[in-house]
Design a binder for this molecule. Structure first.
Ligand code: ADP
Length: 400
């Protein structure tokens, strides 16, 4: 038998049991009530007979304990006996007397409360059965969701996981698309890394082969060796950047943040870059005042260094680079080639370069700004780019 049918039969059985128990409870209560009513009727009739034989005095002396009696005789005189009762299980009767008067009797129905014990047991049984059915139903509802989440953990795209409820389709779709794009990004990254490493390796291997099989003329050997060194350096830089990025990918926050003074960090970066700036007649200045942020000094150094390095590499000979540090904000301005608006959005993507050959020729890996973005995010910094083609670029990282 199909599991779903078995489950439905089980629910039907529980529902039938609950209904029978409710019916049982009704029968138990109504029979207790009936017995109490019959007894009360007999007592009222007896009191009416006593009145007929002995009058109001007779009734007064025969009132059973726990009953309240109001007697209105044929002449309209009213007499009351016993204590008024307004508790639970109340029974009341009013009958007309032979002399035209009325007898009102009120009191507690004897025996009704005896059914409360069995009723409590029945109610508990109903509650237990309902709870068991609810637990089973909840399990049955949650099971497909759990299965879906397991299949999402594996790989929804390959498994083609069934979506158990239409309400879950949007969220499953969202997970699916983010997975797919994550997968695509990883694949693209791997393809890019392979390509980036292959290019210098091919040149290294070509030059080395020419030297080794004697095809290189003696005066070319030095030139070829220099090329091999340049390409090896490029590979080393690339590998370092990839390692740095993969480390940053694994970090969700700075583990032990320390106060880092940005102005002196900017001065150090400018100092380190002064030789390469000087080579092209580019001036590099640091202005502003000391300002401190909580974070990782090494990473913040790398952020400023990468931005300042770009400002030099994408500058015109004889240009200017200004690093301004103040109020937990670092701004790096250059008078370089600038970036057109359509490229500005993409320069923080891995391996995205506006001009590949310019980037390569200046020792770029296409990863510098991705590293900058990661570091800024880890420090809750906001990056803004302002740039104009052939006028210059201004990149600000705001840690406020
Ligand atoms: P790269 O190693 O190629 O410099 P980056 O990630 O540092 O890689 O930068 C990505 C691209 O953004 C660069 O290739 C360049 O085209 C552009 N870019 C970055 N900084 C500047 C700048 N200051 N001026 C002009 N273009 C820039």
């Amino acid at each position: 038998m199909n599991e779903k049918i078995a489950l439905n039969i089980f629910y039907a059985a529980i529902a039938a049991a609950v209904i029978s128990l409710i019916a049982c409870a009704a029968v138990v209560y109504s029979s207790a009530r009936r017995q109490a009513d019959a007894l009360f009727d007999r007592q009222t009739q007896t009191l009416a007979q006593i009145y007929d034989s002995y009058g109001a005095q007779g009734v007064g002396s025969a009132v059973p304990e726990g009953l309240f009696i109001q007697l209105t005789d044929g002449a309209g005189d009213v007499s009351q006996f016993g204590e008024k009762y307004d508790g639970s299980d109340l029974c009341e009767r009013t009958i007309t007397l032979h002399d035209g008067g009325a007898l009102y009797v009120a009191g507690r129905g004897v025996g009704i409360s005896q059914c409360y014990g069995p009723l409590a047991v029945i109610i508990l049984a109903i509650a237990a059965l309902s709870a068991a059915a609810a637990a089973l139903r909840a399990k049955a509802i949650v099971r497909p969701v759990r299965e879906l989440s397991k299949s999402l953990e594996r790989d929804i795209t390959d498994a083609g996981a069934q979506i158990p409820y239409p309400e879950l389709e949007p969220i499953a779709g969202l997970i699916q698309s983010s997975r797919t794009s994550g997968k695509d990004m990883r694949q693209e990254f791997t393809a890019n890394v392979t390509h980036e490493l292959k290019t210098p390796l091919t040149s290294i291997s070509g030059y080395a082969e020419m030297i080794s099989n004697g095809m290189a003329k003696p005066h070319d050997v030095k030139r070829f060796a220099d090329k091999i060194q340049t390409e090896s350096d490029r590979m080393l830089t690339l590998v370092n950047d990839i390692l740095e990025l993969s480390k940053l990918d694994d970090e969700e926050k700075i583990e032990s943040p320390e106060p880092v003074e940005l102005f002196s960090l900017a001065m150090e970066c400018a100092d380190q870059l002064s030789a390469s700036a000087e080579k092209r007649g580019i001036s590099i200045d640091v202005t502003g005042s000391p300002t401190t942020v909580m974070g990782d000094e090494g990473k913040l150094w790398e952020l400023i260094y990468n931005l300042a390095d770009n400002a030099i590499r994408y500058n015109h000979d004889g240009g200017r680079v200004d690093i301004e540090v103040k109020d937990r904000r670092v701004t790096i301005r250059d008078t370089g080639i600038g970036i057109s608006p359509e490229h500005q959005k993409r320069i923080f993507e891995r391996f995205y370069r506006v001009d590949k050959s310019h980037s390569r020729a200046t020792g770029g890996t296409g990863l510098g700004l991705s590293i900058v973005k990661h570091i800024a995010e880890l420090h809750h910094g906001r990056i803004t780019v302002k740039s104009e083609l052939n006028a210059g670029t201004e990149i600000t990282v705001d840690f406020t």
